[in-house]
Design a protein around this ligand. Sequence first.
Ligand SMILES: Cc1cc2nc3c(=O)[nH]c(=O)nc-3n(C[C@H](O)[C@H](O)[C@H](O)COP(=O)(O)OP(=O)(O)OC[C@H]3O[C@@H](n4cnc5c(N)ncnc54)[C@H](O)[C@@H]3O)c2cc1C
Length: 386
Amino acid sequence: MMAGYLLARAGVDVIVLEKHADFFRDFRGDTIHPSTLEVMHELGLLEEFLKLPHQEVRELRGIFNGQPVVMADFSRLPTRCKFIAFMPQWDFLNFLAAHAKRFPSFTLRMQHEVVDLLFDNERVVGVRAKTPESDREVYADLVIGADGRHAITHTRAKLQLQEFGVPIDALWMRLSKREDDPPQSLGFFQHGKLLVLLDRGDYFQVGFVIPKGGFDQIKKRGLPALHSDIVAIAPFLHDRITELDDWEKIKLLTVQINRLKKWCREGLLCIGDNAHAMSPAGGVGINLALQDAIATANLLATKLRTRAVSVLELEEVQRRREWPTKVIQTMQAFIHRHVVTGRSSGSDDKLPFLPRLLIWFPFLRGIAARLIGLGPRPEHVRSPEM
Ligand SMILES: Cc1cc2nc3c(=O)[nH]c(=O)nc-3n(C[C@H](O)[C@H](O)[C@H](O)COP(=O)(O)OP(=O)(O)OC[C@H]3O[C@@H](n4cnc5c(N)ncnc54)[C@H](O)[C@@H]3O)c2cc1C
């Protein structure tokens, strides 16, 4: 959506195809980072955007074995907004879509599921999409594959994927929120286990990290055992945990980290989770996907207005975005190995080494804030506005 917005703003004819009828998915994460808010300012949209219901989180706090620790402090970031805005991603996407529709060269087609690529010899020249009425062919100078972790575009283009093993999966569910709940802390860490609570107004979106492939075992132990695992980490949830009274209310989200070796071929560019699936660790995948979109528009918008772009020009996007991706994915792999494994570590240490470091050296919270809030190479809008 961001790539579509920016390219249409630059006068390029764009059609965004979305397979669902709306953006109401509850497994997308809710974080709008300071660097994204800066981009919204650069686009002149920030003031209106911040009128949407959201929460401003100025420091990320985790509860480590019962002890609160500030993990990242955004107050000194060199950005206009020194906070992460927590907002359901569907609100963000609807906002961008509404503004993109003001550009005459922008079209959004919902319920258009891309099921195949169209080729002319070796060049990708468009996509075949399934719609409620019929199949449609859409031809384009460039197809941008922004279709997430299970992308059909990179599969059909036979782009090679490198998988980096991840030891965890996540259970995703809802619990109601009460007025007297303790102040929001994002994560409850307990000897290798992690419970995440995203405040969505009248309910918590709950993420519970489990060992990879461990869901069947958890089901065998039964719901009461899962309830007590969760309540052991966040005791204040004891009065509502039985709201999870059916496995239907608990979704398994498989966590992956991977990266395409080549993000493009003639006529096709892959960005976001399609090019590099991100783990939820650090809550940075949305930001990274947005930065790919901004870089894509910066590098290609002017050219695309008048002509198709070459593979060499598409490769510039990969060259610009690959190392920030590698840095973040390496950080996520480290977190999976040393902080959140989904298994009880068996350690008696009240405070693991990493949070201890953050207490001893508070300046590290500023570094964490930069990595999470801005990312290694924050992008700014350089594409033109027509
Ligand atoms: C459990 C979990 C929690 C997470 N929490 C966070 C978080 O809090 N913060 C954060 O920054 N990151 C989080 N992430 C990572 C983040 O969700 C992703 O990195 C980010 O959403 C990637 O954005 P994207 O636009 O590339 O892909 P997506 O957000 O996956 O968007 C892809 C879009 O393409 C559409 N689509 C897919 N296939 C087709 C098709 N064939 N035809 C047409 N449309 C199609 C989809 O419907 C979707 O709208 C989390 C990940 C997981 C697994």
